[in-house]
Design a binder for this molecule. Structure first.
Ligand SMILES: O=C(O)C1=C[C@@H](OP(=O)(O)O)[C@@H](O)[C@H](O)C1
Ligand SMILES: C=C(OP(=O)(O)O)C(=O)O
Length: 444
């Protein structure tokens, strides 16, 4: 797939697909609740479809009623059944790690696997703490997938200080805590997305959260009866990032993305773009399904460099590749600090982002865990071939660059975009008013 500079500006109002984090959790909580949960706005991306298949394999009834409208008949906490076959989580770290938490508290045997990207990602960060509950895990060297799980019949409640900022680790421990007698306690040094805590409450569990420094202490009372509850999934801010950044970079553009989730633990990118001088405004702010949402409008802006502090990383962890693209068009030297976690995503995103920039004539370096991008405010040259390494966010970031760079940007593989943002290409071409992103084979 190749993205060429948009002839003219990007214009329009659009809705991006549902939030991936909330969608995974809605299906999992639906499966653990008593009764029938109705979900609207569910992301029908590959990652979330893996979770829906896994919930079916664990005994829940999962039904698609219409686009984004799903129904889950749950089995109650502790009621999941042993899956007959291997659970394949595809490309999804969130699905694999949260499901480890679910399985840990159920006395059953299961095997988890995933695609070549997921099989490289660290799982000890969840299996180490979960083992203390009595569950047993055995995986490949370094604790990677495929992973065999034997859940505990009478799991112990955990008291765990998460050593890296990770909502997935926090969530896995809390999900295991649902089946344990007594109180599960999780401490995080830096607050990470809190969709699990919010949804636990929404389904009737008792959760106490106390702020501590930049972090939080979370306590969950075990063995609650979770009751089915409707879930309205907001549009994914991590997906909205792509059309919004594109609009900031293509002269004359104005694009509005409607109903975007604005949970403050997810909006670090928008804060950062404003610091860069972006014209980015929010209208129609409201609360839907317990999460703040609003319509975000981006207008073409002359951007300046930014220094992003490390403590902001958890609130924009998936947005650094596209922020790097924005910084490639800004005036001055940008520094993004404390990005160690980017090395264990679908690809090594620090290396992949650096390679994306280098291939398109943008000087950048990595110093320790920081990414530095030095620019003069002129458009990126483009013209490069970007290797995506099975990473949807690298593919989409490269295509956004191509919409604004002097020469087109080509991406080696766009198949993984469907993990989080089905319809991405059509939507971007819709706001471009022309097929600005075209399959490479049609270019000849
Ligand atoms: O909990 C979640 O839904 C997610 C947490 C983050 O991962 P980490 O917990 O590994 O930081 C993020 O990168 C991922 O896309 C989704
Ligand atoms: C890191 C991501 O997802 P996951 O960890 O679920 O694979 C992402 O979507 O950018």
């Amino acid at each position: 797939m190749r993205a060429s500079a948009a002839q003219g500006s990007l214009q329009g109002r659009l809705t991006v697909p549902g939030d991936k984090s909330v969608s995974h959790r809605a299906l999992m909580f639906g499966a653990l609740a008593v009764g029938t949960t109705e979900i609207t706005g569910l992301l029908e991306g590959e990652d979330v479809l893996r979770t829906s298949a896994a919930m079916r394999a664990l005994g829940a009834e999962v039904e698609r009623l219409a686009e984004g409208h799903w129904r889950v008949a749950g089995r109650g906490v502790g009621g999941l059944v042993e899956p007959a076959d291997v659970l394949d989580m595809g490309n999804s770290g969130t699905a694999a790690r949260l499901i480890c938490g679910l399985l840990a508290g159920h006395p059953l045997f299961a095997v988890l696997t995933g695609d070549a990207s997921l099989r490289k990602r660290p799982m000890r960060r969840v299996t180490d703490p979960l083992s203390a509950s009595g569950a047993r895990f055995s995986g490949r060297a370094g604790g990677r997938l495929p992973l065999a799980v034997e859940g505990a019949a009478d799991p112990m409640p955990l008291d765990y200080r998460v050593p890296v900022p990770s909502a997935q680790v926090k969530s896995a421990v809390l999900l295991a805590g649902l089946c344990a007698r007594g109180t599960t306690r999780v401490e995080e040094r830096e607050a990470t997305r809190d969709h699990t805590e919010n949804m636990l409450r929404h389904f009737g569990a008792t959760v106490r959260v106390a702020a501590e420094g930049h972090g939080r202490i979370i306590e969950l009372d075990g063995q609650p009866e979770l009751r089915a509850a409707p879930v309205v999934v907001p549009a994914d801010p991590s997906s909205a990032a792509f059309p919004l950044v594109a609009a900031l970079l293509v002269p004359g553009s104005e694009v509005t993305v409607q109903g975007v989730g604005l949970n403050p633990l997810r909006t670090g990118l928008f804060t950062t773009l404003r610091e860069m001088g972006a014209h980015l405004s929010v209208s129609n702010e409201r609360v839907e399904g317990g999460e703040p949402v609003g319509d975000l409008t981006a207008r073409f802006s002359e951007l300046r460099a930014v220094d992003v502090p490390p403590e902001r990383a958890p609130s924009m962890i998936d947005e650094y590749p596209v922020l790097a693209v924005a910084a490639a068009f800004a005036r001055g030297t940008s520094r993004f600090r404390g990005l160690a976690e980017l090395r264990v995503k679908e690809s090594d995103r620090l290396a992949a982002t650096l390679a994306l920039l280098a291939a398109n004539g943008v000087p950048a370096t990595v110093e320790g865990d920081d990414l530095i991008i030095a620019r003069d405010g002129r458009p990126a040259a483009g013209g490069g071939l970007v290797e995506t390494h099975m990473d949807h966010r690298i593919a989409m970031s490269a295509l956004v660059m191509g919409l604004a760079s002097t020469a087109p940007v080509t991406v080696d593989d766009t198949g993984f975009i469907d993990t989080s943002f089905p319809g991405f290409t059509a939507m971007m071409n819709g706001i471009a008013g022309q097929p600005a992103i075209t399959p490479a084979e049609e270019l000849a």
